[in-house]
Design a protein. Structure first.
Length: 133
């Protein structure tokens, strides 16, 4: 992942970027909700947002309707980076799918989802696209 993104000019990839950029590509998120989706504390989500902001990929600002909420929004550079992240993820997923039996891939997906998510997060994860060729 990091090597491919570096080849596209994004040499500062961080592991948290993959999930974060996919989420933020859908639209701005409050830091608390970003943390909930990532399965981390609000403080950890704020560190992720700060890292994106420092690299010029995101901006943070108070919500117009609720000043207690801090929203994270992708910048133009962040949207380009997010699209690059999604493209690389899709390419890598397709490579794995080509080398893996579909039944084995489905079983691995089910096991990983069961391990990674609690009941509430599992319901959100079930709405995410499934891997496939």
């Amino acid at each position: 992942m990091a090597r491919r993104l570096a080849g596209l000019g994004y040499g500062d990839y961080r592991r948290s970027d993959a999930a974060t950029m996919r989420l933020l590509l859908r639209g701005p998120l409050p830091v608390g909700k970003l943390g909930a989706y990532l399965g981390v504390t609000r403080q950890a989500a704020r560190k992720v947002a700060d890292g994106l902001e420092q690299r010029g990929f995101a901006a943070t600002g108070r919500d117009d309707r609720d000043a207690r909420q801090l929203n994270v929004t992708l910048t133009a550079a962040g949207r380009d980076y997010a699209r690059a992240v999604v493209t690389v993820i899709d390419e890598l997923s397709q490579e794995v799918a080509r080398r893996t039996d579909p039944a084995e891939l489905a079983a691995a997906d089910a096991v990983l989802r069961a391990i990674m998510f609690d009941d509430g997060a599992r319901q959100r994860a079930e709405r995410l696209p499934r891997p496939g060729p």
